[in-house]
Design a protein around this ligand. Sequence first.
Ligand code: ASP
Length: 320
Amino acid sequence: MTDQRRSDGSLRHLLTLADLNRDELEMLLERAQHHVRRRGDAAPRSDVLAGITVANLFTEPSTRTRVSFELAARRLGADVVNLEMQLSSRVKGESMLDTVFTLESLHVDVFVVRDAEAGVPALVADNVGPAVSVLSAGEAHLSHPTQGLLDVLTILQRKGSCEQLAVAIVGDIRHSRVARSAWQALRTLGVGELRLVAPPALMPAAEEFAGCRRYDSIDDGIRGVDVVMMLRIQRERFADADIPAGDAYFERYGLTPARLALAQRDAIVMHPQPMNRGVEIDSVVADGPQSVIRDQVTNGVAVRMAVLETLATRPAPRRG
Ligand code: ASP
């Protein structure tokens, strides 16, 4: 496994939240909170990353993550280049590294990498020079660390702390990097209870998500919870699965106002987006008073600023 840390123990890459300790998570969340502004207020700006160049290397579609990494970098004074590449898997490793080496020659200091295949962010991390950092912006179904951080930040803003909370993750958990990263962060922060709600075909393997209770019924799964985290069915990650289609899925697993009423009265509703309204979530809920979905987007920029600042401001030897 690629080591995310430098020899002094500081974070150099961010590929997964799995081995971050509580102090590291809390430090990143605190820094992120410092960058949060109310909608309508001016965005935060500084020049702490002046002279740093960030390259967004995305081979999978992305709207929020790509734009928020770009805004985060720019708001800290960095230069940014965006590359959206379509690579066949046969040539992927090679072409990806050729591109990375080209960009390194152009003095890119931070690579933000999204790819549908497991191992690609680590491949980049293992091949760049010692002063360069790599941030995962989504790796297969495995890891989406900045999403995990922004989800936890959103929960903490509304709920204060994790220890007493019951959180239900609902939907396509098996194929979700969002669920895995959220779980890793919530576990480290001592979440009270985490429940998984999904049709059997979309449940993760039994050895994953240790200690979480599993439900086939959404009504049972969200009863009394403080946080309902909805997920999209990630059809691009599987060929076929025994799951109810369209309306039938909504009937069995969709989050409606009536179902949400089974959760705590002040429960919050989350979704990483893109949302399939009328499939996994009713628009009335998605746009309703308990939804924090727009906060998640706002927090995404703040979290990515915190991560960029923390990883990229270390003295880079070649800059002298
Ligand atoms: N945007 C999230 C991701 O990249 C969730 C999703 O695509 O459903 O994993």
